[in-house]
Design a protein around this ligand. Structure first.
Ligand SMILES: Cc1cc2nc3c(=O)[nH]c(=O)nc-3n(C[C@H](O)[C@H](O)[C@H](O)COP(=O)(O)OP(=O)(O)OC[C@H]3O[C@@H](n4cnc5c(N)ncnc54)[C@H](O)[C@@H]3O)c2cc1C
Length: 320
């Protein structure tokens, strides 16, 4: 094994990683709190706009076609969004060829593992992101080799093999709650609004999970858009306000795509110069306080301000 750099990153100590099951509990909790209705096993098929109304078609659990109308529609169906497709919008960008493995697992290590650990090796990159202080981690391995679509689902044994191969000695993985083999993409819709139809989350933009920005960006899309729709429907704010959604969120998504693309290309590059930067410069830079602050602000997206401030203050409304 040829380890290029091994270090602990201190600036992300406030970072919060949540397991998938916990996210589901939140979803169910908020559903009860806000009395919203979720129709399970119901598929959105198509939408057409006529007479300033949106006519949509759904397929129910028994395959029955349901039709309805609505004033606004938000396409939040993820990367393969049917709403985006029914608008005929392209999903412009590209793919990375590399294979990635992910495991939400328990990690037993001979050395104390606290905080985020990253290992750059000549085979690929290995990172451990802590969920808590009791040894539960998200383990991600990015291989310099190409993704092979014919490979079967990832097993714990395969992930353990990679950790043994490129990580520190003596680490034992167990109790997986999620295992996944995937490849990553960077793509974005050219616009996030067409009339009364909007795109949010992965339906509008997808990028490398480096930096854990995907869900953050999607949640902020949803907050911005739903708040504007609320102001329009309940507080008499003009329809113009809704145009602010794309003006506000599209440049942010573009920046996230650009930054995560750069970081991913750097992380996946195995050239001599990037290996030297990873080994000598990165550990030094990451200890540098102003850079830590800048990275923490960028990754947490706390530095983002909203441009509808004036309209909100005229309506005397604060964010919930
Ligand atoms: C391996 C991996 C690891 C990741 N790790 C992180 C991380 O650590 N941190 C982070 O912030 N982000 C991470 N992400 C990204 C994050 O998962 C996504 O950004 C986020 O889930 C996007 O949420 P979404 O609601 O927009 O889309 P999705 O989570 O894809 O949800 C879309 C929903 O719409 C439903 N749907 C789709 N089509 C239809 C239809 N026609 N009709 C009805 N329903 C439909 C789907 O069933 C699904 O429930 C990761 C992604 C991957 C692939």
């Amino acid at each position: 094994m040829f380890t290029l750099g091994t270090y602990q990153v201190h600036f992300l100590t406030f970072w919060c990683f949540l397991k998938v099951k916990r996210k589901d509990r939140w979803r169910n909790g908020s559903k009860k709190k806000f009395q919203s209705q979720v129709d399970r096993e119901t598929e959105f098929l198509d939408v057409q706009e006529s007479d300033q109304k949106l006519n949509f078609k759904l397929k129910g659990p028994e395959g029955e076609i349901q039709q309805g109308t609505c004033r606004y529609l938000i396409g939040a169906g993820g990367a393969h969004s049917a709403v985006r497709k029914s608008l005929g919008l392209k999903f412009e960008g590209g793919d990375y060829n590399n294979e990635f493995m992910l495991g939400d697992v328990h990690v037993k290590s001979p050395q104390r593992m606290k905080g985020l650990h990253a290992f750059f090796t000549k085979e690929g990159i290995l990172a451990f992101f802590p969920f808590d202080d009791s040894g539960n981690f998200r383990v991600i391995y990015g291989d310099f080799k190409n993704f092979d679509a014919a490979k079967k689902d990832l097993t714990l044994e395969e992930l353990q093999f990679k950790v043994d191969q490129v990580g520190p000695k003596g680490i034992v993985l167990s109790d997986p709650s999620w295992l996944s083999r995937f490849r990553i993409h960077h793509r974005m819709a050219p616009c996030f609004q067409m009339g009364s139809i909007f795109l949010a989350g992965d339906a509008a933009h997808i990028h490398s999970p480096i930096g854990g920005q995907g869900m953050n960006t999607g949640i902020q899309d949803a907050l911005s858009l739903c708040f504007k729709i609320y102001l329009n429907l309940r507080r008499g704010a003009p329809f113009e306000l809704l145009k602010g959604y794309e003006q506000e969120r599209l440049p942010i998504a573009k920046d996230v795509l650009r930054a995560t693309d750069l970081a991913t290309q750097f992380a996946l590059s195995n050239s001599l110069s990037t290996r030297m930067v990873k080994k000598w410069l990165l550990p030094f830079l990451i200890e540098h306080t102003p850079l830590q602050k800048k990275m923490a602000e960028t990754i947490s997206q706390l530095a983002i301000s909203r441009r509808d401030q004036k309209i909100r203050s005229n309506l005397k409304i604060q964010y919930p």
